[in-house]
Structure formats: C-alpha cells, structure tokens
Design a protein around this ligand. Structure first.
Ligand SMILES: [Zn+2]
Ligand SMILES: [Zn+2]
Length: 139
C-alpha cells in the first residue's frame, strides 16, 4: 500500500508530497493557531523532513511561542493558505496543516493540546488524549 500523501495551498502554486506515514496528527487550541486558522484550533500532521518534498514558493513568518522557542510558519504568498511550520526543538520534522492535505480523511487526530485555551464554540473532542497546555513540561 502506498503511504504517499499529497497536498498544497488553495491556489495550487505550492504543492507537496509526503512519502512516509505521519508521526502523529494532533490538534492545537492555542491562540496562535486560532489566529492563523479559520476556527478555534488547528490540526497538525507531523512528517519526517526527509520524506517531505515541496514545489513552489512559501513566505515565512517567525514568531516566538510560549515555550520561548521560535516557530517558522510558512504560507502561500499568493492565496495566504497556511501550509506547514517547523520549530526549534523539533529539528527534522515538518508540521503540516492537515487542512492542506488533498485527502484530509487520510489522517486522524489522536491528541489535543492547549485545550485550556479552547473557545466555547469550538468544543474539544475529549475522547482522545488531551493536554491542558503543551504535552511536555517547559524547560
Ligand atoms: Zn496558494
Ligand atoms: Zn497552537
């Protein structure tokens, strides 16, 4: 069975291919993800950088997260779609927006983080593993 997953931005100027299954799919309810996304959370699918290839040009926006580590968010400069981010402390991993996958049903979230920040109109699925804040204690 092929493990190849494909995706891209809304205008299709940016396309990507993932040749290995994702490490994890998780949803984040933090303010940054809410601001960037179209609802109260964002769904992230994590891939090994070596299995990820991209065509097209993305613009980068770097912001320091609560953890003190910087997150490099990449989006299409033409249509504005958030495509993926990378971050300090997670070298070698690409965190793709599950919303950008051609077949979003090919992944399933197994974890929710920052659920303490969820807004009332975007209720958290408590049937999967939930963390009030980040999954690991800050160092
Ligand atoms: Zn685009
Ligand atoms: Zn977040």
């Amino acid at each position: 069975m092929s493990t190849r997953l494909t995706g891209g931005c809304l205008c299709e100027a940016v396309r990507y291919v993932c040749d290995a299954p994702p490490t994890i799919t998780a949803q984040c309810y933090c303010k940054d993800c809410r601001k960037i996304g179209g609802t109260g959370h964002a769904t992230h699918t994590v891939f090994d950088e070596d299995a990820f290839s991209l065509t097209g040009k993305l613009t980068e926006y770097v912001k320091t997260a609560d953890s003190g580590r910087s997150i490099n968010r990449r989006f299409c400069p033409v249509c504005g779609s958030a495509v993926f981010h990378t971050r300090d402390g997670m070298e070698g991993l690409v965190v793709v927006r599950a919303s950008s996958l051609d077949d979003p049903e090919s992944v399933r979230p197994v974890r929710n983080i920052y659920v303490s920040r969820a807004v009332s109109w975007d209720p958290v699925d408590r049937s999967i593993e939930c963390f009030e804040e980040m999954t690991v204690p800050r160092t």
